[in-house]
Design a protein around this ligand. Sequence first.
Ligand code: PHE
Length: 342
Amino acid sequence: MLEELERLGVQAQEELEKASSLDELEAWRQKYLGRRGAITLALRSIGQLPPEERPAAGQRANALNQTLTQAFEARREALQRAALERDLAQNALDVRLPGRKPALGVLHISTQTLREIAFIFAQMGFHVFPTPEVEDDLTNFQLLNIPPHHPARDMWSTFYTTRPGVLLRTHTSPGQIRAMRHFYPEPFRVILPGKCYRYEQVTVRSEQMFHQVEGLVVGKNITMGDLKGTLENFARQMFGPERRLRFRPSYFPFTEPSAEVDIDCILCHGKGCPMCKYSGWLEILGCGMVHPQVLQNGGYDPDLYSGFAFGMGPERIAILKYGIEDIRLFFSNDVRFLAQFA
Ligand code: PHE
């Protein structure tokens, strides 16, 4: 019996070392330590031995049972650890990988252009003065020499609200009145940027909502020469230092005299091309000397003060600068368009 146990022990140890998976290990356990396992059966058969052999055989069998059980536990732990390590290696998390970059947005091209305009005028001492988008008829029209039924109102098709006399401003010029009333009696230089609204057919050239930047300078001895110098400086910073400017006489009810300003075509430099419709010139803004009545409406005595004003559309500026073909692109939220201005 002792020899038999010895042989069983050696065989069991050898087979245990060969068990290379948890399944094989379980088969081994059943073969030796299970309910019908060889060691279990040997332990049970001790009772049938002659009484003098029982103590030695019992001791040996118990010892073997203990040794093999411990060996089994150790082997199981080793196999489990190996399985875990394999799993970790296969589903490795490589902490050296660079992280994913978050997608960054860009400033809207209108905002970028507004800021560029504000920056250029800031260098010339202009403050930004905010004025409301919802205006009253008085400020948007009447105080700017556009009385009800004045034919000039045709220039600004208007969005009215349900409240009589309240409308969405059609231009930033009503801000002139607000700025004058704010700064009176000091001389001042401001730009008034913001959204404007016109009740018009949306086309390649006109949107119902767009931006304008108004400029207004009021003081003593402000002349048309100041206006020209200011706008020339602006246009050359915006469109290139070699730009030539052309002032064409025009008409606005709130400026006298009035002018429209063109720059020589940035594509053909005045030779004539499709961009400038073969005229050689591109219109960039309207301007003029503040009408004496408008000065007075703002609180300034036109005998002592004078001023100039101008108004431009940043979308139009961007269209010219970047060769954009359709103003509707600005506000249709197509990222393929917007992302080009990163
Ligand atoms: N408000 C005018 C427009 O919308 C532009 C303008 C502003 C003209 C200031 C003269 C002076 O067309």
